[in-house]
Ligand binder design. Sequence first.
Ligand code: ATP
Ligand code: MG
Length: 453
Amino acid sequence: MSENKKADKITAVKGMNDVLPADAPLWELFENTAQSVLQSYGFQQIRTPIVEETKLFARAIGAVTDIVEKEMYSFTDSMNGDNLTLRPEGTAGVVRAVVEHNLVYEGPKRLWYKGQMFRHERPQKGRYRQFHQFGVEAIGFTGPDIDAELIMMSRRLWDDLGLEGIRLELNSIGDAAERLRHRADLIVYLESHSELLDEEAKRRLHSNPLRILDTKNPAMQELVNGAPKLLDYLGEESLAHFHGLQKILNHNNIPFTINPRLVRGLDYYNRSVFEWVSDKLGAQGTVCAGGRYDGMVEMFGGKSTPAVGFGMGVERLVLLMKDAAEPEQPAQCDVYLVHQGEQAGLQAFVLAERIRDAGLDVVLHCAASNGGGSFKTQMKKADASGASFAVILGDDEVANHVATVKALRDAEGAAQQSTVPFDDVVDYVVDQIIGDHDCGHDHGPGGHVHHHH
Ligand code: ATP
Ligand code: MG
């Protein structure tokens, strides 16, 4: 490479974002909170591949939908000609896995998943080409009680995350026969206003008219609002299911509005459909959406098995979390190890490993890469790391087989400093940290001993 010509920068793919260290704690907080809420309702995790056969999505989601018509990242495997797709949503893969492994053989299953999804959309706030979902699928449950459970579970998550103002919209889109009767009237209605239909709607008029109700075109909202409502076509069983769900929600003080226009953008739904919507995200306000899909297991060759699920958009929820409160950056570590001199540098490695053996997180100052750095600069880094203690090794310490331990987060603000025999440093630091917390030494996975006052 020539000396004065810089290499071209390679940037991330449009609509696909990095989560940088400054934001990672918020994502981690979301993921940990979601995971523990889902577990508290007895849901078990399932992990499926990001790539599936294209026909899986075409069959599950429906050929005449936004996702399948224009949003999928599909490609041909150059090795064998297979038609493959990066998953645009999670339900199809989970249902495939459930059927493939006969998971509901022993009875119903409560499942959850998380991961990247891919849709070729126009990137904007809250809408990306790679995004993340947490989702749940309850497979093998018939009644409205499980629909209510999913809704209560998501409500608990908003509460635990401290999110307010997320409202629930509910609808029932009935069963296949009811949708067929509605469809006939809907086509007649739309045809009688054909001058108001956009190109997409004209194309879908006979292939999938219900999708027209899901249009995002503002010019068509009035037309859509006047269309025949599926709710008026529900038979006794669908109505009983819908009322059953509302009764449980009312009994548990969960407010909702019935939105007869809510049809969802995927074909697999029937009966209950719902969305949780925030007004703080502009047009991309839906943070969680789901419903029943009683026909899908059978469609994939399994025994007829009712099911219900939802998917949450993690990016949108993290935006809301950011809006709700800028969280304190958690400490990088419990202990920052400061050292100067060759011998001290060697001993610092030994001590850092010992402290980690005791379960604490240690950042070791990297003298060889960062330049030694005076004690003063190293102490500044120690302070910025959020550590509770700096452990200091210099020539004097090494000569006397001791270390200096300095409290960085002392309540009195006093720079409390002690000289501790080298072999006692681990016990000393552990004692100090545990002794400071009535609740004991809480060290969850990836957690630190938080030590802020
Ligand atoms: P929208 O109406 O916003 O396009 P959708 O009906 O296509 O949403 P679903 O397929 O139901 O969305 O996905 C569930 C959730 O996943 C959405 O409610 C949203 O929070 C999130 N989501 C969907 N598409 C995207 C995207 N492109 N970028 C970020 N989040 C998304
Ligand atoms: Mg969409």
